[in-house]
Write a protein that binds this ligand. Sequence first.
Ligand code: GAP
Length: 510
Amino acid sequence: MPLTIEELATFCKKKGIVFPTAEIYNSLSGFFDYGPLGVEIKNNIKKSWWNTFVHQRDDVVGIDGAIITNPKVWKASGHVDNFEDILVEDTKTQERFRADHLVEDALKIEAHGLKAEDLWKLIQQNNLKSPKGNPLSPPKQFNLMFNTNIGPIQSDTSRAYMRPETAQSIFINFKLVQESSRLKLPFGIAQIGKAFRNEISPRDFLFRSREFEQMELEFFVDPKDKTLSSQTSKHKQDKIKFQFLSREEQAKKSPKIEQVTADDIVKQKKLSPLHGYWLVEAFQWYTNLGINPKNLRIREHTKDELSHYSGATFDIEYNFPFGWKEIHGSADRGTFDLTQHEKIANTKLRVFNEETKEHILPGVIEPSWGVDRALLAFLFEAYDNDQKRGNIVLKLHQKLVPMQIGIFPLVKNKPELLKKAEDVFQSLRTAFTTQWDESGSVGRRYARADEQGIPVCCTVDFESLDDNCVTLRHRDTTKQIRVPIKQLHEIIFKILHGEQFEKLGKVVSS
Ligand code: GAP
């Protein structure tokens, strides 16, 4: 039986990965707190992303912008006027629901992106009611931005917004970053940070929440030349094949999934080579961290669902138990945002193009990842309810694990053995994330470590006092090897970098 989202949420709470916020006050819908294990996994996701897309590249720099900024930014970006979902109201209880979700749940069809009049037609034709069985109001637009007030007096002029996307911090700082870092087109600016959306119906645990984190990259380019530059082509872009759901197929009764490369869809003029490049980079980031490509597909946005700023958008979707859902959005924003900010701020945001010797307003390709949705996908992929062992094994990629090593003294009533284990622990923790566990049987401790995703456990036993060796146990295979303490750092480093476990020590029976 596949794991449900509710079961995963229960597991996350039990293991200290994610809690509903303020549970002692009955929680708050759409908000979550990360626990001791969750914060480690989440930090590792962000670390891996920053390393891949900032540190390992010479054409991308990072920033960290304010969550609340001048409200004119959101007028210019179009979010004040266009960042809306469609809601319907229960006419008796006044409860509000996202109209497309209500239609999807009742009719089992894809309704995302449908216009208000089409949703209303479906509601009327099928005589749909609210979950409490009451008639529904006609659909209304609802702006998703959270408002707040700045300063002690609340008025229309004190209104500000919690940012609904991190991208705008990049656009408004674009010129300062470009000048201070002396960047030449094409180049990218990356950012990781919180975003807030007053979702009408938050659901599916972390998937649709009201406070979440994004990892966004705005890649600035001459809008007339979106081919690969010397810098982008320098990065590896293999002829990776992925599952693809085109706009045309989505219009059919039984849409066909194709196996394509980015080049194939570039040839169909669905996107530019540079946009294709970024889609593949994003796809590979997930697969390099352990997501099976079979559980990923790329879906082209239909015309109706394109955001107000986008000329072409492709989502990377993950095969969740509640359906294929977006975990990444990749948009060609063209010059929309910089044009708007030039106009509303009455400023110039042009860059000198060395090749054409003109000042130009760059176009933008935007790959955007959600941290929380990535974590959800990684957890689904890693969760293995191992019937033979009788416990769950969280087979997270080594780069994402909350702890790298578990140290177990075999017994806790023999001071020399404890001292030896303590020495190993103190030495290892200088280089690795390390957890001490001395309670219960070793089998129980292995099971606990499996559920936390700890890839290597190290047991210090009676023999260790004589032979100065310890037993290492591998999470995924349960295989065990005996290794000298003085080589532990090197051996653990090799295990964590994927070297074959059994070749790194003397295999012992488990
Ligand atoms: N700057 C573009 C942008 O914000 P988006 O598709 O609305 O585009 C990008 O959001 C990513 O942010 C999504 O792919 C998703 O991973 C994450 N995201 C969006 N809304 C979310 C929500 N309510 N809860 C959790 N993650 C969300």
